[in-house]
Design a protein around this ligand. Sequence first.
Ligand SMILES: [Zn+2]
Length: 334
Amino acid sequence: MSKARELHQGAVVIDGHCDTILSVMTRDSWFGLSARDFFQRNEQGHIDLPRLKEGGVTCQVMALYIEPQYKPAASARRCLEMLDAFYNLLDQSEEFVMATKTQHILDAKADGKVAGLLSIEGGEAIEGSLSVLRNFYRLGVRAMGLTWNQRNDLADGVGEKSAKSGLTDLGVSVVKEMEKLGMLVDVSHLSESSFWGVNEVAERPYIASHSNARALASHRRNLTDKQIEALASKGGVIGVVFCPPFVDDDRQNVTLSRICDHIDHIRKVAGIDHVGLGSDFDGFGVSPGSPQVMKDVSEMPKLTEELFRRGYTEEEIKKVLGGNWLRVYREVLG
Ligand SMILES: [Zn+2]
C-alpha cells in the first residue's frame, strides 16, 4: 500500500456535509432513481455504507434538508420524518452508528464502524421555537444551518441579493441557544450580511460545512477571504465542497486538483487548522462524462494522495481529513 493510502486508512476522516438521507427516503431528484438501499453498494449516487467504508470515512455528517415544498408550515414535521429515516438506518445495522459527541467518532474509528452526525439544513425546521430546537438537540441533532438559500425568520439566505439584512432578533436568540446547548452554527448558505451577523454574535467557533473560496470560484456560496479570516479567528472550520459550480467558474476545470487548490488557498489565508471536507455528496448531480472532483465517496483516498503529492505533511493531511472537525466538535459538542 502506498504511504498516502496507509495514512488515509489510519486517519479519522470526517465529511462535513451530504444529502444522502433524502436519497434513501425518496426518489432521487438528481439521478432520477428510486430510493437507495444504504447498505448495498450502488453504482449511482455518491454515498452508501459500503462506499463510505471503501473511502475510509469515519464520520459522515448527514443533512436534514428541508425542501422548499415543506416550508414554512410543514418544516418541523418534515425534519422529524428525515430523522425517522436516519433512525431506521441505525436500526438496520450495527455497522452504522450515531455520533452526538466526539468520543462516538473515535469509538467508531476504533471499532471499524461508520458514524453519522446529524445537521439541519434550513432553520425553518424549528418553526420559530426554541423548544423545538431543544427537542431536535435531544434527538441527536448537533448542527444547524440557519437558512438554505432563501430568507426565513432567522436570517437571510445567500439567494437574497438586495436585502442586506443581518440576523433577526429570533436568529440572534437561536445562535445563543445553540451555543448554550452545544450545537454548531453553520453559515454555509447565509447571505454575506447574515454571515457577519453570526460572526458578531458568536462566542464559540462556528462552521461553514460546505463552501469554497470565492477567490478561486466566484459562486455566491463561496466565502471571501475576509469571511474566511473572520471564521478562522473564531476557531471555526470550512469544509471544501465538491459541487462543480463551487469548484471553478469553468466546468472543465472541476478536478480533484482544483479542490486541493481551494484547500491550499484556505490554508494560505487562515492557516491549516481551519480547513476540512464538506463534499455535499448526493446534493448535486453531474451529467455523465463531465469533469468532477471524484466519482463518489469511495474515491476519497485520492484526495490524500494529491495532498501528499503537494508536499503536505502527515500532520497537516490528518487535520484536513478530519482533525480540524474533531477539534471543533470537542470544543462545541463535547
Ligand atoms: Zn447545501
